[in-house]
Every structure is written in structure tokens, then in C-alpha cells.
Design a protein around this ligand. Structure first.
Ligand code: 5AD
Ligand code: SF4
Length: 447
């Protein structure tokens, strides 16, 4: 390969989950240390990082078509960008990518991106570099300090998954469950707040499996971490995602009733409402045990908003079994949900199970499920009308003088008035639509 000159500008394109968004930010910070700047809006970057997601279908195809587009654009303006593929497709299919796409210089997995600078050194000499190791030494120690971002920041506290749900690639692409140390997290949270964050969302594939030793050497779970983070001055809101029902403990549940900064919102995927399907998915909980858990959260924090993930058309799912999924949606009355057609992932047990469901059956079930979810989301928004709450302003609205932010229940709220990004504004929720609410300003709490 021809030697390439050192890139001056970069673009990171992150797909998939919030953990990828977090990883994308950290890669951007690494590039910043090297003096590489974000490419100005509308301009081609010298270095493009495709930070990929492997959780559902056609992930790899999407990567190849993105690469093709970058190569074509490079030819058109006479300057081929350096292309790096990161994230879970890199982890799962790194070798194939290197073989199939000569335009790619770097393949880097989600546990190895702290080594990006070395890989860039190689790429600048015209060599290609692959790193999909999962080193025991946490990459986080090797990353530079956090940089200023918006008022709402992500903080990865836990990574990986030991649950092995039969449909899911995460245990293979992200590896075993690890918890970052308590002191590192408190430190990173402080830095994020110093950089302007008002809200921190703690991230992990099984975030509620986090555990560590606190500053007094006591073993604590996520509830203990949240109680400590809540003492940081200037941090106003704490959230966490994504949880597994079996990793919930009483302290975290209690924290919802005791820690004012912990927002009344819980994302707790159930995936399906039928016990035979849950067993085939290896979820290790039943519909009933899930519902009992939800009741505990509601007892601790009666106004808690719930959200979930659902998969329709898991192999062998009958119409009656699918009805159980609709039933659990009605039982819980979710405020929001993510729902997906089952997608066979290579290497997972479910991909080779008998009785794969026809695409048109899945599409029709998804439509019915989404209608039911939308019904409850709208009802939740309607029921919020008249409530007073804070809104954390994240951006300007569509029209001049309008602002957009999130309610404690993670609803999008817009309002008109004097404000700035990062303000916490007290509003009365005045009107509720399917996807957002209108607020009327009562008072501005903090700037
Ligand atoms: N097919 C469809 N959806 C999936 N998810 C995970 N794996 C698959 C798959 N193979 C969904 C689950 C999970 C969310 C992040 O993605 O609902 O909670
Ligand atoms: Fe995937 Fe299940 Fe682990 Fe969630 S708990 S990441 S769905 S294997």
C-alpha cells in the first residue's frame, strides 16, 4: 500500500447503542490528543471511523456499502480518506473486512480502541492494522481525560455480558462482564460535571450487574455507586441503562425512592411475554417474576416510567405466544419501548433453531406490537399533562425562542421562553402528543 499522509480531520460515525456513542466520543478524544480535528460540517474528513453495530441484520452489508461510498467520494475529490472500522462488526468480522475491503486501513474492536494511536502510526506509513484483542487491562486507564460535551453525558461503568440469551451476539462481541473501579467512575463523573454535564447516564450492557469496592472498602452495587455520585455538586440528574431483571437488587430499587437525583425512569427489557419463549431465549426469568419486580419499583417510586425491549418472531413463536407479549405490554403500560423483528445472528444458538418465523409474519406482529406500545406511550404522555417538573434543556427547538429538553420521565418537552442549553427549567406540562409534550415555564432553576 502507498504511504498515507497524517490525517488532519476526522469523522466518527457511531451506529447502534449508547455504549457505541460513548466509545465514539472516547475515540474522538484520543484523536483530539493527536491534534486531529473534527471535520467541518459538510466537508470530507481525512480519517473516517465507522463505529459499527452487530446486533441486528445486515450490519456487515451496511459497513461494506458505507466503505464503498467513502471510496467513491474519495475518488471524486481526488483524496482517499483513511478508513477505520470499529465496534462490534469489527470484533465479529474483522478478518473478513480486511480481506474484502482493501480500502480499510484499521480494524479495531470495542475493547482495543485505546490502542488506536499505534494503529494510526502504522496506517500513516501505509500499513494495515487489526486489533480485536480483549485485553484484561481496562482500556479506560489508557484514555485521555473527558472533554466538554453537552449537558447530558454518558459514562460507561460496566461492559460485556455473561447472560448468553440465545439470540444475542453481545457476549461474543463485547466479551465477559467487567465492572470499572468505583474510584475511576467517581473521578470521571466529576470531570464530566466540571466540563458542564448536568445529567449523567451510567451505561453498561448489564449496567445493574456493576459492583465494586467503595472508598471505605465496602462492596457496593449500582445503588451504592449512584448514592455516591448523587453527592457531586452540580450533577443534577442520574440515569442508567440497560438492566437485566436478574441483576436487580433491593438497594438499587430502594435508591429510586431515596435518591432525588436518580430520575424516575427504568429501562428493563423483557423481550417477550411468554414463558416458553423466554426459556428458549435463555432469559432466566419468567413473565411473572418480571412483573413482580416491576411492582417493587412502583412501590419504591410510584411515578416511575418504564421502558422495555421486545423481540417478535423468535423461532417457534406461535400466535398465542405472541399474544402474551401484547398482554405484558398492557400489564406494564410502558412509557416507551423499543421493538424489533427477530434477526438470526451468525454463531448464536437461536440462528440454527427450527421453525424460523416467516418475515411477513414477523412484520405483521411487529406492527401490532408497535400499535399497542404507541397506545400506552400516548396514554402516559396524556397522563403527565398538568404535572410540574424540570426540563433539562438540550437544544434549540424548531422555531426561534423554542427550546427542547427532557422531563424526568425522559419525555421530549418543548417550551417557549428565556433559556439556554444546560438550564434546568421548571415547567408545567401543558399538552401531550404521541412523541413529545409542550411545557409552560414556571421558573428557571439553574444556569
Ligand atoms: N434480533 C432482534 N433483536 C435483537 N436484540 C438483540 N439481539 C437481537 C436479535 N438477534 C434486541 C434486544 C435487546 C436490544 C438491544 O436489541 O431486544 O434488548
Ligand atoms: Fe444480549 Fe441477553 Fe446479554 Fe442483553 S442480557 S446483552 S440481550 S445476551
Amino acid at each position: 500500500m502507498k504511504p498515507t499522509s497524517a490525517p488532519q480531520t476526522y469523522r466518527v460515525k457511531s451506529f447502534g447503542c449508547q455504549m457505541n456513542v460513548y466509545d465514539g466520543e472516547r475515540m474522538a478524544e484520543l484523536l483530539g490528543e493527536r491534534g486531529i480535528q473534527p471535520a467541518p460540517e459538510g466537508e470530507e474528513a481525512d480519517l473516517v471511523i465507522l463505529n459499527t453495530c452487530h446486533i441486528r441484520e445486515k450490519a456487515a452489508e451496511k459497513v461494506y456499502s458505507d466503505i464503498g461510498r467513502l471510496v467513491a467520494a474519495g475518488k471524486e475529490n481526488g483524496k482517499a480518506p483513511l478508513i477505520a472500522v470499529a465496534g462490534c462488526v469489527a470484533q465479529a468480522e474483522g478478518e473478513e473486512i480486511m480481506a474484502r475491503a482493501p480500502a480499510v486501513s484499521i480494524v479495531v474492536g470495542p475493547q482495543a480502541y485505546h490502542r488506536l494511536p499505534d494503529m494510526l502510526d502504522k496506517a500513516e506509513k501505509g500499513e494495515r492494522a487489526t486489533d480485536t484483542d480483549m485485553p484484561a487491562i481496562a482500556k479506560f486507564d489508557a484514555l485521555p481525560a473527558r472533554k466538554k460535551r453537552g449537558p447530558s453525558a454518558f459514562l460507561t461503568v460496566q461492559e460485556g455480558c455473561d447472560k448468553f440469551c440465545t439470540y444475542c451476539v453481545v457476549p461474543y462481541t463485547r466479551g465477559a462482564e467487567i465492572s470499572r473501579p468505583f474510584s475511576h467512575l467517581v473521578d470521571e463523573a466529576r470531570k464530566l460535571v466540571e466540563a458542564g454535564a448536568k445529567e449523567i447516564t451510567l451505561l453498561g450492557q448489564n449496567v445493574n450487574a456493576w459492583s465494586g469496592d467503595d472508598d471505605k472498602g465496602r462492596r457496593v452495587g449500582l445503588g451504592g455507586l449512584i448514592r455516591t455520585l448523587a453527592q457531586i455538586d452540580g450533577l443534577e440528574r442520574i440515569r442508567y441503562t440497560t438492566s437485566h431483571p436478574n441483576d436487580m437488587d433491593d438497594d438499587l430499587i430502594a435508591a429510586h425512592g431515596e435518591v432525588a437525583k436518580l430520575m424516575p425512569y427504568l429501562h428493563l427489557p423483557v423481550q417477550a411475554g411468554n414463558d416458553r419463549i423466554l426459556k428458549a431465549m435463555n432469559r432466566q426469568h419468567t413473565a411473572e417474576s418480571y412483573l413482580r419486580l416491576i411492582e417493587k419499583f412502583r412501590a419504591a417510586r410510584p411515578d416511575i416510567a418504564l421502558s422495555g425491549d421486545f423481540i417478535v418472531g423468535f423461532p417457534g413463536e406461535t400466535e398465542a405466544e405472541f399474544q402474551d407479549t401484547l398482554n405484558i405490554v398492557d400489564d406494564v403500560r410502558y412509557a416507551a419501548c423499543f421493538s424489533f423483528k427477530y434477526s438470526p445472528r451468525p454463531g448464536t444458538p437461536a440462528a440454527t433453531m427450527e421453525h424460523q418465523i416467516a418475515p411477513e409474519v414477523m412484520a405483521e406482529r411487529l406492527q401490532r406490537l408497535q400499535a399497542r406500545i404507541a397506545h400506552h406511550q400516548y396514554a402516559f404522555n396524556q397522563a403527565s399533562v398538568g404535572k410540574a417538573c424540570t426540563v433539562l434543556v438540550e437544544r434549540t427547538g424548531r422555531h426561534p425562542g423554542q427550546w427542547l429538553g427532557k422531563s424526568p420521565w425522559l419525555q421530549s418537552v418543548w417550551f417557549e421562553g428565556e433559556a439556554a442549553i444546560g438550564d434546568l427549567v421548571e415547567v408545567t406540562l401543558a399538552a401531550g402528543g404521541p412523541n413529545s409534550l409542550e411545557g409552560q415555564v414556571r421558573a428557571k432553576l439553574s444556569a
